[in-house]
Design a protein around this ligand. Structure first.
Ligand code: NAP
Length: 302
């Protein structure tokens, strides 16, 4: 089968399309015929060699974790899914014609493979972060970097729970945030004052999704470091804030996201689509960090 691989750490152009043996579903896994794969920041960080301490890579390595497609192999011990079912989920090396998934859910009616492929890591992360800050309806959450993949999910899930969300993004994405249900603010110099003007009594918790040096300001805005969680700034604990990176209940998050989609409460727009052969361009586009919505790679139907 065709798969995107890299044989050394480096910039996006170390990625190449190659012929490799197709993987097979092991115990508790399924294999899919990949129709679309979502690009995450983590993919580029692993490829660049920035995550060596957390994610071991054997070269040559595949890339990508989020995918949607049609089940074509079911591993031992798996129930509730069979060949031919459309699913989306999380695996390894999913930028390929076939991929093995460790966690999945059924694609809900009406959700395209492209959009479904953009869901997994953003929705798992969003549910995990919201469980961690545990706000009640009527409380206020600040989300720094709210217009990306994770932010798009966090804002809608929080709003669905009756939480007020102040989200930061570039000037270009203020309307996008408003449409998601957030009160928008522009990031950068003076952002804490802009947030204070929107929430004079402060905010109850803050999420740093962009890792752009906002932890001290977030702590000043909540008044308590333990109510500040980052997913992208590993220096946050030095100031008493938390970093979250361990996935929690992935299948549960995927099922809950599918249910929210089905009742019209969650959309994660696809911002750009690349063919499998242009995976390097897709990862470069995503790493630039300014997409409103998701970057997705599509695999031609065979
Ligand atoms: N630890 C974990 O479990 C975990 C899980 C998922 C993702 N991540 C990491 O979390 C980060 C976000 O992921 P993502 O998929 O949401 O990324 P993304 O789609 O690229 O979104 C990045 C967001 O950051 C915003 N941003 C850019 N510059 C900023 C600045 N100076 N100040 C504040 N916000 C800024 C962007 O706004 P504009 O587009 O308007 O510029 C956008 O909203 C990535 O680094 C990713 O690797 C970690």
């Amino acid at each position: 089968m065709k798969a995107v691989i890299f044989d050394r750490y480096g910039p996006p152009d170390v990625l190449a399309l190659a012929d490799v043996d197709a993987p097979h579903a092991g115990q508790g896994q399924i294999r899919i015929r990949v129709r679309a794969a979502g690009i995450n920041g983590l993919d580029g960080k692993i490829r660049a060699g920035l995550m060596r301490e957390l994610f071991e890579v054997t070269m040559p390595s595949g890339t990508g974790s989020d995918a949607a497609g049609i089940v074509d192999e079911v591993g031992d011990g798996v129930t509730g899914v069979r060949a031919g079912d459309p699913v989306f989920g999380v695996g390894r090396n999913v930028l390929a014609e076939h991929a093995v998934l460790d966690a999945w859910a059924a694609v809900p009616d009406g959700l395209s493979f492209e959009e479904a492929a953009g869901f997994p890591i953003p929705v798992e992360t969003a549910f995990r972060l919201l469980a961690q800050v545990a706000l009640k309806p009527g409380q206020t959450l600040l989300v720094s970097g709210a217009s990306g993949g994770v932010g798009t999910a966090v804002v809608q899930i929080a709003r669905d729970r009756g939480i007020t969300v102040i989200g930061t993004a570039s000037a270009a994405n203020q309307g996008y945030l408003r449409d998601l249900g957030a009160v928008p603010a522009v990031y950068g110099d003076g952002f804490a004052d802009r947030v204070r003007a929107l929430a004079p009594d402060g905010v109850d918790a803050a999420l740093d999704l962009s890792g752009t040096g906002v932890i001290a300001d977030c702590i000043a805005l909540t008044g308590n470091p333990s109510t500040v969680v980052s997913i992208a700034d590993f220096t946050a604990p030095q100031l008493g804030a938390q970093v979250s990176y361990q996935p929690s209940d992935v299948p549960g998050a995927l099922r809950e996201a599918a249910a929210m989609y089905a009742r019209g409460a969650l959309r994660i727009p696809v911002e750009s689509v690349f063919p499998l052969a242009d995976a390097a361009a897709a990862q470069a586009h995503n790493s630039a960090g300014h997409a409103a919505g998701r970057t997705v790679v599509v695999v031609p139907e065979r």
